[in-house]
Design a binder for this molecule. Sequence first.
Ligand code: PBG
Length: 344
Amino acid sequence: MTDTGSLLTGTREDIIRRTRRTRETATLRRMVRETRLSVDNLLYPMFVVEGEGVKDEISSMPGQYQLSVDALVAECAEVVALKIPGVILFGIPDHKDDAATEAYSDSGVVQEAVRALKSAYPDLCVITDVCLCEYMDHGHCGIVEGDRILNDPTLELLERTAVSHAAAGADMIAPSDMMDGRVGAIRRALDQAGFAQTPVMAYSAKFASSFYGPFRVAAESAPSFGDRNSYQMDPANAREAMREVDFDLEEGADIVMVKPALSYLDLIARVRDRVDVPVAAYNVSGEFAMVVAASRNGWIDPERAFMEVLTSIRRAGADLIFTYFARDAARRLSGDSATPLSWL
Ligand code: PBG
């Protein structure tokens, strides 16, 4: 039987679907590109220590530093110049105890850092990570009794920490401890203390991941016994992640986060479809370290690899990406292809 419907020779079924047509030139590819990464999507994590003039490279995270407050302010001049909208601060106190006292001390490292950054760069969005592990002598994210991590008694310490960050001038509070009910507790505490306008970004779906390894060296926060499996999520669970997101929104979260990013791109996409608030993803230390290590071994092309990672997280649906690649990505996005990558 002959095909009378086609102007081409052969049957309709023979026509090749030529998706390559729009891949032919760089201009065409630019025109049909679906996902765009912008500097506006990037947030840069930074580590603050006590002291003065401290800038110590973190052994597990090349190109990333533990910084004293003065050095942090100096480093942020570049962050601001690169138009990165915000940073998230992690504090590493000299003194750790079993009540995380330094987490909510008015003169704690993070509180001092927030005040210094806000006075130097009023427009920089200074986000604070609210968690107790860096401040506890046992390295767990909550109060410990025997070998258990207590939930409800921990909430009060988290509330105090969040309020002290807001009082220092933090623009956003990001609880990462994974205690039940902490978003609601922090929201109420902020409101009562007069910080009704301070948004909460919840680490909603935070998994008990091997990819935090390099961070725990950086933040000196590895648990001294056991693991975080009784509070952080099981990497096998997706539906439970949706429940975590729902609960955090009910409790008043303004932005929800999935963490880590790369092994959880499916969940970023599901959360993006499910909610209308902004979605953040944390491209964590182990994901950074994999790209750095493979690049240093000559196994992957660093320039392509790190931008591919960030683009994939955007494509999955994240509006905001916490990433140690933020400065390098901001440079490349602004057309600077000459400055060497900071981690090679
Ligand atoms: C604190 C916290 C961790 C990270 C962010 N906040 C470590 C952990 O949960 O052990 C990890 C960030 C990274 O790996 O880059 N609880």
